[in-house]
Design a protein around this ligand. Structure first.
Ligand code: GLU
Length: 473
């Protein structure tokens, strides 16, 4: 095993977003590529906004995405015992100091800065005051460099330079002693042995602050890689309005996790002009340093195309297994087995996602409640009632009720009436599915079984006869 350790560190203040899932994926791919560790840390220190329900949704989303993490998830809120001594140490060593400035005092200074249209920065009044532990109510501030530059060496963005004069001595522990976010991230990343911090570039502005904590504590500085945000086609932050924004919605759209992995990996990263990757190929080729620095735009049509390619590449058995939960969710009585595998094989080439498939096959589980009017108008002719009844008779006598036998019966009727298969097949489709769209008619009838096929064809025959009578009357 290499010594590379990366982590995904979601805040459970909402669900797992597509952008977050991509950050997780890049961490996972990089860890697997290097033979290192992929760790998970739940940043649940915001007690009001972090909920157990959100934690569950995030973990489920990670599992659905197939992003398995190493070891137990680390809960940030349970690690105060690690954070607190580090703050004491920083004060003792002079890297941080107690600040007793009151809220009123700071508010007045902030207002004065605003009035003068100046950016407000803490004026470092307590920096050299040497306040001891008994100074009364206080916060703890980090001594930031007063001048010069802080350079973030980023694997994707290159060197990003921050002017020290624009950053103040920020608070690392509040007056209730609780450590603040940017401090805790460093303490945890160091404690967890993180070697590469791969995260969204919405955190880039935190990095210079975090770098100073690393330096003050004498910790090794990890490599940083800030990955660009995922936007909607209009350039705005991705939201449900663009199609979907949460990972749960991707599942609800009938997408396969391997398609989502392939698409999100390819979004902002490439390997030549290859579009379709197996997981093994992604792991082999992915390097975080090759991620594109510019913002990326979510293209749901392309995601769906990849999904279709993954569906086509599956064995019918595998497809059946993936389809099954969608069928059960719709209340259909169905189980895994040869019947379902045959169904999967018959519809595999026709649909782009599992939802379209599951919705389409409803007629195998429920009798169609009505016939598509336009289809009836187009395909039910004067002789349709008689033809359908003859086919029903033939099918009823068939034993075994299999595709070849069904084909024989239908072709026999077609020949007898000197018509064409298409003209007969469409009314049968309408009879069994309610509309004129279905996979091959012989396969469909075989899957439906004899009893239901015959009953539906007879019912449609009656309807066709009545339809003609109405037309003439
Ligand atoms: N908890 C942060 C987030 O959800 C990530 C922080 C980090 O990766 O350093 O955006």
């Amino acid at each position: 095993m290499s010594d590379v350790s990366v982590r995904f560190a979601p805040s459970p203040t909402g669900s797992l977003h597509i952008g977050g899932a991509r950050t997780a994926l890049y961490n996972w791919l990089y860890a697997r590529h290097c033979g290192g560790k992929f760790l998970l840390r739940i940043e649940d220190t915001d007690k009001e906004r972090s909920t157990p329900e959100n934690i569950r949704i995030i973990l489920d989303g990670m599992r659905w995405m197939g992003l398995d993490w190493d070891g137990e998830p680390v809960m940030q809120s349970e690690r105060i015992g690690i954070h607190r001594p580090l703050i004491e140490r920083l004060i003792d060593e002079g890297g941080a100091y107690r600040c007793t400035c009151t809220k009123d005092e700071l508010d007045a200074k902030r207002e004065a800065a605003q009035a003068e249209k100046r950016k407000y920065l803490y004026d470092r009044k307590c920096r050299d005051a040497g306040h001891g532990p008994d100074c009364g109510e206080h916060v703890v501030r980090l001594k930031m460099p007063v001048e010069g530059e802080i350079v973030v060496k980023d694997l994707i963005l290159g060197d990003v330079t921050f002017n020290a004069a624009e950053l103040d001595d920020w608070i690392i522990a509040r007056s209730d002693h609780s450590p603040t976010y940017n401090f805790v991230v460093v303490a945890d990343d160091h404690d967890m042995g993180v070697t590469h911090v791969i995260r969204g570039n919405d955190h880039l502005n935190n990095t210079p602050k975090q770098l100073v904590v690393y330096q003050a504590l004498g910790f090794d500085i990890p490599a940083f890689a800030h990955i660009p945000m995922v936007h909607g086609p209009d350039g705005k932050k991705l939201s449900k309005r663009h199609g979907a924004s949460a990972v749960t919605e991707l599942r609800e759209m009938g997408l396969l996790p391997e398609a989502v992995r392939n698409y999100l990996a390819r979004l902002g990263w490439s390997h030549g002009d290859q579009e379709l990757f197996t997981d093994a190929e992604l792991i082999e080729h992915f390097d975080v340093a090759n991620v594109n620095a510019s913002a990326t735009v979510m293209d749901f049509a392309k995601l769906e195309w990849i999904n279709q390619q993954k569906i086509l590449a599956m064995t019918p058995d595998a497809l059946a297994e993936r389809l099954l939960p969608y069928l059960i969710e719709r209340g259909y009585s169905v189980e895994a087995g040869p019947w379902l595998t045959t169904l999967a094989a018959n519809i595999q080439e026709r649909f782009k996602n599992l939802v379209e498939m599951a919705d389409h096959v409803r007629y195998f589980f429920e009798e169609p409640s009505a016939y598509d009017e336009a289809a009836v108008k187009k395909w039910f002719k004067a002789d349709t009632g008689a033809i359908l009844n003859e086919i029903a008779d033939g099918l009823e006598a068939l034993d075994p009720f299999d595709e070849a036998g069904i084909e024989g019966v239908i072709n026999g009727v077609v020949e007898k009436h000197e018509t064409k298969l298409g003209k007969v097949a469409q009314p049968i489709r309408i009879a069994v599915t309610g509309s004129s769209i279905s996979p091959g008619i012989f396969e469909t009838l075989a899957l439906l079984d004899k009893e239901r096929s015959v009953a539906r064809i007879r019912k449609a025959a009656a309807h066709a006869t009545q339809h003609q009578a109405e037309k003439q009357g």
